[in-house]
Write a protein that binds this ligand. Structure first.
Ligand SMILES: Cc1ncc(COP(=O)(O)O)c(C=O)c1O
Length: 350
């Protein structure tokens, strides 16, 4: 599998989670779209692009269990979360309830717009007040890499009349999604992480009753009537949409090489071995771990990421003030990669 990816063979790449990594064949499709655009830019952008995007959206919809018309492509999950947050028309004093495990950039989004209340997720609904407007949570968290019970939380929030916004940046292609059945008001996802599409391929799924309230990042031709939330958000001036158009090729590659069972098993095994070597307790139950696992370090070490890269050419993130190490297991990850990490860490912690 390693040869199917473009990754530097000199690096033990254990950080698929941050930005993904694109297979050679998918990247070639991406470049082919770019070349096609440059062969006849006017024909491509003015005439062919809208139906091509619709086809790509239909393929994505089939993959994530959504109607094509409820999905719009956006650059990344952060953009999706921002569009959703603005669609809520929050007023000063309005509260959005969330977990204490959310991704930093999205925490910044909410903090600018409302009174953002973060609590441990099992206690979420104990903190609902008459000012609570919405619930925001990750499907799989970032630094702690935990699968959260979003179905249960969305159901409960809706029963209480609260809007729901799910950050699914890591869930696409780790979890089999059925966004229609999940029923969240907004679900933001990334195809450039675990689906291995080129960078800049995110999406936002919006329930029909909210779509009129979703504004684009900028006002452009997508606002010309007859406008839709898709035209308003996808048409953002002249841009290269090749990453979106490559999503169907990424889905084909994923289906052909779906290796999640092995990856999850290897990731859980790596977590057990890391905890044993480091002498720390697992941060959560094994069922919450899929293809990423975070383990606690025995003492804070903010320089560990740099040391592992400089001394061993191992790429792996350390977060939470140097206390959490997060391993990613992708189709190209092998047991020998985990062994290289264990051996390097052994120099410091054995
Ligand atoms: C939970 C979560 N949400 C959102 C993001 C942001 O993704 P992007 O930068 O593609 O918007 C990340 C990135 O790692 C993430 O972990």
């Amino acid at each position: 599998m390693k040869e199917l990816f473009l990754l530097d063979p000199e690096v033990t790449f254990l950080n698929h989670g941050s930005f993904g990594a694109t297979p050679r064949a998918v990247f070639e499709r991406y470049q082919a779209w770019q070349r096609e655009l440059e062969r006849e830019p006017v024909d491509f952008i003015a005439r062919r692009l809208a139906p091509l995007l619709e086809e790509a959206r239909a393929a994505l919809g089939a993959f994530v269990g959504a109607r094509t018309d409820d999905l719009t492509f956006v650059q990344n999950a952060t953009t999706g979360v921002n569009l959703a947050a603005r669609a809520l028309d929050l007023e000063p004093g309005d509260q959005v309830l969330s977990t204490d495990l959310e991704y930093g950039a999205c925490v910044m989004t909410w903090t600018r717009l409302c009174d953002f209340v973060t609590v441990p997720y099992p206690e979420l609904f104990e903190h609902v007040t008459d000012r609570t407007r919405a619930v925001f949570l990750s499907h799989i968290t970032s630094e702690t890499a935990l699968l959260l019970p979003v179905e249960e939380i969305v159901r409960e929030a809706r029963a209480r009349g609260l809007a729901t916004i799910v950050d699914g940046a890591h869930a696409v292609a780790q979890v089999d999604l059925d966004l229609d059945a999940l029923g969240a008001d907004f679900y933001a996802g990334n195809c450039h992480k675990w689906l291995s599409a080129p960078k800049g391929a995110g999406f936002l799924h919006v329930r029909p009753e909210w779509q009129d309230r979703v504004d684009g990042v900028i006002t452009s031709w997508g606002y010309a009537e007859p406008a839709s939330f898709i035209s308003r958000t996808e048409r953002q001036g002249t841009r290269d949409s090749s990453a979106y158009l490559t999503v169907p090729a990424a889905i084909d590659f994923f289906r052909e090489h779906d290796d999640r069972e092995r990856c999850v098993a290897l990731c859980r095994e790596a977590r057990r071995d890391l905890c044993e070597l480091l002498g720390t307790e697992p941060i959560a139950s094994e069922e919450q771990v899929l293809q990423m696992a975070s383990v606690r370090l025995p003492r804070p070490d903010a320089d560990l990421n740099r040391w592992l890269f400089d001394e061993h050419r191992i790429e792996i993130p350390v977060s939470h003030d140097g206390t959490l190490l997060r391993i990613s297991v992708a189709p190209y990850t092998e047991r020998t990669d985990v062994d290289r990490l264990l051996s390097a860490l052994g120099e410091l912690y054995a």
